[in-house]
Design a binder for this molecule. Sequence first.
Ligand SMILES: [Zn+2]
Length: 482
Amino acid sequence: MQYVIKDRQPEGLFRFFEDIAAIPRGSGNEQAATDYLLAFAERKGYWARRDELLNVYIKKPASPGCEHLPPVVLQGHTDIVCEKNSDTEFDFETQGLKLRLDGDILTAEGTTLGADNGNALAIMLEILDRDDLVHPPIECLFTAQEEIGLIGAAHVNPEYIEGRLMINLDMSDEQEILVSAAGGTMVDYILPVQYEPATGEGLAVRVRGLKGGHSGKEIDKGRLNANKVLGRLLYRLSETISFNIGSVSGGLKTNAIPREADLELLLKAEDVEKAKEILRAVEADFAAENGSAEPDFRLVIEPAAPRRMMTQGSTEQVTDLLTLLPNGAREYSQDIPGLVVASLNLGLVEETEEGVRFCYAIRANTDSFMPYIDSELKTLARLYGMTRVFLTSYPAWTYVRDSKLRDVALKVYKRRTGEDASVQAVHAGLEGGVLMGRIPGMDIIAIGPNCGDNHTPEEWLDIASLARTFEFVADILKELAQ
Ligand SMILES: [Zn+2]
């Protein structure tokens, strides 16, 4: 094999990275890559297992004198996101990635690089391969199908994992140590509604120009939720005008902040101008409140001709609910400044056969917040006769107040660089939470080398940073062996 990275240390680390990059391994297509891992383990004489989901477990005994220490788990995911430029001819099922090195920056030609999470594989293989390192017993966990919903992690066999200290290697900033991520619950509430034939003048109101974004990471950025904008419009109209809702909808999926929403109203002809005035006044209120976060927000108001409309009673209930339904950041961390630790996003509103469906993504960095927030929704459901439809839930990676691993990592980082690492947490789902749910009592940190533009053909990796991250891991293991 022709290697792109030459004369760089540690040589084995980069060999492993390139060997893995040569094997197709899109999510769900991990067979060949796991064959490679198992063949490696067999050559080394290590205990190894592969489960039905194609998660791989490899155990390396402690270095001499460290056999009595608790094992340390290293973890990363085998699969990659397969994205390419439209003018690149490439078959992710059969072809290996074509790497290109420019200085210290590694990319792939026209495709994702798979440093997310080839970094972890290379580091784990180099740790497993070397016989000059000092360390406790090592357990390496290679998960499958991470990129399509943390699927491998959700099926990890806890019997294969003895260690309760885990270093996840799926981060992308050398200076950061991640210590918490959010769990999530997807739940829908359905309000039965009654319709009657439309009468009166039709008016469409469209919420446009909002930024949207990730319903966890961007929930505290002051962005407007298009569905909640509808609630405010409806309430303000209801103070002075009588109307019926012709139709209502907003958002595309529960885990994105909705950017657009649509409403059709039926009014008395003589109220149309008044309604427009009120709508424009509310639009101006929003602009004054959110102009810097949402500079392009606007209402499009135009004639409409719906054939049916909700009854007065249903119209009032939908107005009440879009006004009352909670949304946004709800709780902030007392350990990590600025971190949202509980939120909910009314991501989708749609009319279905059963009624108006309100679809939520609830997120929390401590599991107990999820049922707490859901209790507000359940209460509204009881008051308004809504049905609750539970869809999925996965656990949080909770911040561990007394974390031996975090303390050791911070100490080693400071010794290596003279600086303090930045302790980070995210309000989004990661494998750490899923694994914490599978294996109770885990103490987890996540680290990784400088890399970026993940999931795009521009994905890049700083290979000098990868080498330093390998050394950082080796130093943490050595410190844990003291
Ligand atoms: Zn990843």
